[in-house]
Design a protein around this ligand. Structure first.
Ligand code: B3K
Ligand code: ZN
Length: 864
C-alpha cells in the first residue's frame, strides 16, 4: 500500500515562481470539458529552476510557452504534477486540459450537482481543473470565459464582474468574468446552470452599489428570502462593528444539493450547500433559520478575513477560519440571544472538539504536519480556533481587539500571511505581551484548571489558587504553559440563603493565568465566598473544583453571568449522570428536582430555560468519563431524564401548554417558547401516556420545528406512535430533499434494538444515495454520531455497519468517508469491551486496497 507522505509546517519555503494573471477558457461538457489556461508567470529566484505544477485527475492535452507548443520530451507529467523547464524570468504558459465532471463524485474541482456545473477548489481542488501552483501564497488576477449550451445553462458565472457575453455557434453562448483582486486559486469558482434568481441590492457605507444575486434550483425561489435578508444583515454588521465594506459590484450565492461541506467563500461567488440557503416556515426549523443566518454571515465575513488577507500556507488555516468563526459567533449573538448563542457554541466545543483534542487526530489549531489537507477542516481549527481569537478579545478588550484588527488590515491587505502576523498586530496595537498566549497556536489538548481556595476569617482574606495541567496527548508533544484568561466572580454566601436576594457578587475580575500555578488574594471579604469561574466560558478548558451541590445550586440562581448559571446546572446534571453510571440505584436528591422546577417557574427567558433543562449530551459525558461503557452511560442519561419527567410531570406539562401557541411567529420570544416547549415534550414523552400529546403536536403543527420535535420525541422515546408519525411524515415530504434528510436522520435516532436493521434497510430506500453527502450524513452520520446507545451496542454491529459504509465511500467521496470515521477513531475513550470491536473495524478498513489518502492518514494515526 502507498504511504502518502506528510508535509510539515517547518519545511515551508516561498514559491520559486509567481503566477500574476490567469486567463481561463472553460468549454463545459459532461464528460470532456476543455480548459485552456494561459498564465503569465514570473520567476522569483535568481537561478533557473524547473517549474513544478500540481495537477491530478485530468488529461493533459497541450503545453505551450510564449505561444510555442512543447513536445512531450520537453516536460514531465506524472499523476500528480507537470514539470517544465522554462528558460526565462517571465513567460506565458498555456496549458490545455480535459476533465470529466460527470464522473467526479469526490465533489472537488469541477463537478455536476444535479443538472448544474459547479466547482470546489479549497483546499486543493484547483489542481483538478488545470496544472497550477496550487498553494495559497500564489495570488493572481483571474479572467474567466465560460462556454456552454445556451438553453441548458442560461447562467454562466465566475468570480468578479461580468465583462463580456455573447452567442456562439451550435446554440452555445459565453460569458467572461474578471476579478480585479489577486487571489489564491482556492478562491476560484465557476457555476453554470438553469436557476431561479432572487435579486436585491445593497449600498455600502461609502456609497458602492452592490447587486445581490441568489441562485437556487427551479421552484425554490420562495425559500431564498431568509438567506438574502441574512446577507444584508451581515453586510451591515461588518460595517458597524469592524468598518469593513464589500469591495465588488456584485455578490452572488449559488445553492447546490451536492456539496461536501456547508458553503464556500469564493470571491464574489459563494457556493452553498442548499441546506444553508433554503428555508420556509413549513419545511425549516428555527435551528435551520439560525444556521442559515450564521453560515451566510460566515462566508460573507471571509471576504475580508480569508480573501483580502489570506493564508500563507494551509497550516495557517485557523488564521481565516478561527477568526471568521469568532466573527460569525459575535454576529449571531448580536442578532439573537447572546447568552444562548454562547451556550450553543460551548456545547459544540465540549461534545465534539474536546473529544477530537483527546483522540488520535489531536492537533494544535495551527497543525504542524498534514497528509491530506481536507482532514484539517476540524472542530479544532474552527471552533477552538475561534476560542483562541475570543480569548484575545477578552484579554485586549473590545477596543483593543478592534485596534488590532485595524492594524492587521493596514499591514496585510492583499497579502498571504501567518497566524504569527495576526498575533503581532493584536499585540502591537495595544502594546500587550502575547508571547505566552501564542502557545495556544502550537499546543494540542484541552487544558484542565485545578482550583483550590481558602478563607481566613481572622483577616477577611480569601485566596484562590489555579493550576494549569496539560494532558499528555497522542502527539506526545512537550507541553508549555498557556496564558489563560479566567473571568472570576466571587459570590457572597450570605446572599445565597437570604430569601429573595439576587446577585450579591463581591468581586468580578479577569485573572491572567500564565504560570503553572498562581494564587490571587482578595481582602475585605466578610464571609467565605463561592468562586464562579470562566464567566462566558472565558477559556476552552476543563475546570476542576470541588463544589458542593449547594454551591452549584447557588451559582445556578445567583451568578451574574448566564453562561455560569447554565454551566452550574450542567455540572450538577453531569455529577448525577456519572453516579448513575457507577450505580444505577443512585437517588437524585429532591433539591435537584426543586431547582429544575424553580427554573421552569422563574421569569427567565424561555430560550435560556430550554438550554438549562437540556442534559449534557452523550458525547460530552463520554469525554468527561474515563473508559465509558456506552450502555451504562445511555441508561444513566435516560434514567435521569425519566426521573425528572416523573417528578416534575405537572410543571413540565404546564410549561408545555403555556408555550404552545396556535399562531406561528418567528421573533426571538416565539422561538424561545418553541424551544422550551419541545424540551418539555421530550421529557414528557419518556412516559408512554404522552403518546397522544406527541401525535397531537404532530398533527396540529404549522411549522417544521414542532413537527420535527414530535417525530424526534417519538423516536428517542420509542413511543407507540413512532411508525405511524414517521410514515405520515414521509408521505407528506417525500419530494422535498432537505426535509427527507431530516426524516432519514430521525430513523437513525430510533431508540430501539432493531435500529441497525432499520438503517440498513434504508440504504436501499429509493430516495437514498451515498453519492449525495447530505443524504449519506443524514442516515449514516446521524446513526454513528447521535445514536450512542446503538452505535456502541455490545455485539459490535454498529461499528461494522459504519465501517461497511465507509468502505463504499472510500472510492465515492473520500472527504465524507473520512469525516464519518470520527466516532470510530475515538475508541480509546470507551471501555475495553468496546475498544476491541472498534479496533477490529478500524483494522479491516486499514487493510483495504486503494485506501484514499484521507482515510489512510486517520487510520495510520489511530492504529500506530
Ligand atoms: N472555507 C470553506 C471550507 C473548505 C473545506 C475544504 N475541504 C468553508 C468555510 O469555512 O467557510
Ligand atoms: Zn470558513
Amino acid at each position: 500500500m502507498t504511504e502518502f507522505a506528510p508535509r510539515y509546517l517547518k519545511d515551508y519555503s516561498a514559491p520559486e515562481y509567481q503566477i500574476n494573471t490567469v486567463n481561463l477558457e472553460v468549454a463545459l461538457n459532461d464528460s470532456a470539458t476543455l480548459v485552456t489556461n494561459s498564465m503569465s508567470i514570473q520567476r522569483m529566484v535568481t537561478t533557473n529552476v524547473p517549474l513544478v505544477l500540481d495537477g491530478e485527475h485530468m488529461v493533459l492535452k497541450s503545453v505551450a510557452i510564449n505561444g510555442a507548443e512543447l513536445s512531450s520530451d520537453d516536460y514531465q507529467v506524472t499523476d500528480s504534477a507537470l514539470t517544465i523547464f522554462p528558460n526565462a524570468e517571465q513567460f506565458e504558459l498555456t496549458i490545455i486540459t480535459e476533465l470529466n465532471p460527470s464522473a467526479n463524485t469526490a465533489l472537488e474541482g469541477l463537478y455536476k450537482s444535479g443538472e448544474a456545473y459547479c466547482t470546489q477548489c479549497e483546499a486543493e481542488g484547483f489542481r483538478r481543473i488545470s496544472y497550477f501552483l496550487d498553494r495559497p501564497d500564489v495570488m493572481a488576477i483571474y479572467t474567466t470565459k465560460v462556454i456552454a449550451d445556451k438553453s441548458q445553462y442560461p447562467y454562466l458565472l465566475a468570480n468578479g464582474n461580468k465583462i463580456d457575453a455573447g452567442e456562439l455557434d451550435d446554440d452555445k453562448h459565453f460569458v467572461t468574468w474578471h476579478d480585479p483582486f489577486p487571489k489564491p486559486c482556492y478562491l476560484f469558482a465557476l457555476v453554470a446552470g438553469n436557476f431561479d434568481l432572487l435579486t436585491s441590492n445593497y449600498t455600502t457605507r461609502s456609497g458602492r452599489q452592490v447587486a445581490l444575486e441568489l441562485f437556487v434550483d427551479k421552484g425554490n425561489l420562495s425559500r431564498a428570502e431568509h438567506a438574502m435578508t441574512s446577507l444584508i444583515k451581515s453586510m451591515q454588521w461588518d460595517e458597524q462593528v469592524f468598518d469593513l465594506e464589500y469591495d465588488l459590484d456584485i455578490y452572488m450565492i449559488v445553492a447546490v444539493d451536492f456539496f461536501n461541506m456547508g458553503a464556500m467563500e469564493n470571491k464574489g461567488l459563494n457556493v452553498f450547500n442548499s441546506k444553508y440557503v433554503l428555508a420556509d416556515d413549513l419545511s425549516a426549523t428555527d435551528e435551520d433559520f439560525f444556521n442559515i443566518e450564521a453560515v451566510i454571515a460566515h462566508e460573507y465575513f471571509h471576504n475580508w478575513t480569508g480573501n483580502r488577507v489570506t493564508c500563507r500556507d494551509w497550516f495557517q488555516l485557523s488564521l481565516k477560519e478561527g477568526l471568521t468563526v469568532f466573527r460569525d459567533q459575535q454576529f449571531s449573538g448580536d442578532m439573537n440571544s447572546a447568552a444562548v448563542t454562547r451556550i450553543k457554541n460551548v456545547r459544540t466545543l465540549r461534545s465534539l472538539q474536546f473529544a477530537e483534542d483527546a483522540g488520535p487526530m489531536a492537533h494544535p489549531i495551527r497543525p504542524e504536519k498534514v497528509v491530506e489537507m481536507n482532514n484539517f477542516y476540524t472542530m479544532t481549527v474552527y471552533e477552538k480556533g475561534a476560542e483562541v481569537i475570543r480569548m484575545m478579545h477578552t484579554i485586549l478588550g473590545k477596543e483593543g481587539f478592534k485596534a488590532g484588527i485595524d492594524l492587521y488590515f493596514d499591514r496585510h491587505d492583499g497579502q498571504a500571511v501567518t497566524c504569527d502576523d495576526f498575533v503581532a498586530a493584536m499585540s502591537d496595537a495595544s502594546n500587550v505581551d502575547l508571547s505566552t498566549f501564542k502557545n495556544w497556536y502550537s499546543q494540542s489538548g484541552t487544558p484542565s484548571l485545578i482550583v483550590t481556595d481558602s478563607f481566613d476569617q481572622s483577616n477577611n482574606q480569601y485566596q484562590i489558587s489555579v493550576k494549569q495541567v496539560h494532558p499528555q496527548a497522542h502527539d506526545k508533544q512537550q507541553k508549555q504553559n498557556l496564558h489563560i484568561p479566567i473571568n472570576l466572580e466571587l459570590l457572597a454566601t450570605e446572599a445565597i440563603n437570604a430569601e429573595g436576594s439576587t446577585k450579591a457578587n463581591v468581586v468580578n475580575e479577569l485573572l491572567h493565568l500564565k504560570e503553572t500555578e498562581q494564587t490571587w488574594t482578595f481582602s475585605n471579604i466578610d464571609k467565605q465566598p463561592i468562586p464562579v469561574l470562566l464567566g462566558n466560558f472565558s477559556a476552552p478548558v476543563k475546570l476542576e473544583f470541588d463544589y458542593t451541590d449547594e454551591q452549584l445550586l447557588a451559582i445556578m440562581v445567583n451568578a451574574s453571568d448566564a453562561f455560569n448559571r447554565w454551566d452550574a446546572g450542567q455540572k450538577l446534571f453531569a455529577r448525577y449522570i456519572e453516579m448513575l453510571v457507577n450505580d444505577e440505584a443512585t437517588e437524585v436528591p429532591q433539591q435537584v428536582y426543586d431547582a429544575i422546577a424553580d427554573i421552569l417557574n422563574s421569569g427567565a427567558d424561555e430560550a435560556l430555560k430550554a438550554e438549562q433543562l437540556t442534559l449534557p449530551s452523550f458525547d460530552e459525558m463520554a469525554d468527561s468519563l474515563d473508559k465509558v461503557n456506552a450502555d451504562k452511560l445511555a441508561n444513566a442519561l435516560s434514567r435521569l431524564k425519566i426521573n425528572i419527567a416523573a417528578k416534575l410531570t405537572d410543571v413540565l406539562f404546564a410549561t408545555y401548554q403555556q408555550c404552545s401557541s396556535t399562531e406561528f411567529a418567528k421573533d426571538g420570544k416565539a422561538i424561545g417558547k418553541r424551544a422550551l416547549k419541545n424540551v418539555c415534550l421530550n421529557y414528557l414523552a419518556s412516559a408512554k401516556e404522552f403518546d397522544s400529546v406527541v401525535i397531537g403536536q404532530f398533527n396540529n403543527s404549522n411549522n417544521m420545528t414542532d413537527q420535527l420535535a414530535a417525530i424526534k420525541a417519538a423516536a428517542l422515546n420509542d413511543l407507540p406512535c413512532f411508525e405511524q408519525v414517521m410514515a405520515s411524515f414521509e408521505q407528506q415530504w417525500q419530494d422535498d430533499t432537505l426535509v427527507m434528510d431530516k426524516w432519514f436522520s430521525v430513523n437513525a435516532l430510533h431508540n430501539h434494538p432493531d435500529v441497525i436493521n432499520r438503517v440498513t434497510k434504508l440504504l436501499s430506500h429509493p430516495k437514498f444515495s451515498l453519492d449525495n453527502p447530505n443524504r449519506a450524513r443524514s442516515l449514516i452520520g446521524a446513526f454513528a454520531f447521535s445514536n450512542g446507545k446503538y452505535f456502541h451496542q455490545h455485539d459490535g454491529q454498529g461499528y461494522q455497519f459504519l465501517a461497511d459504509q465507509i468502505a463504499k465511500l472510500n472510492t465515492i467521496n473520500p472527504q465524507v468517508a473520512s469525516r464519518i470515521l470520527t466516532p470510530l477513531i475515538q475508541y480509546k475513550s470507551f471501555a475495553k469491551e468496546h475498544q476491541q470491536q472498534m479496533l477490529t473495524q478500524l483494522q479491516r478498513l486499514n487493510d483495504m486496497p486503494n485506501l484514499c489518502r484521507d482515510l489512510q492518514e486517520k487510520l495510520t494515526a489511530t492504529l500506530n
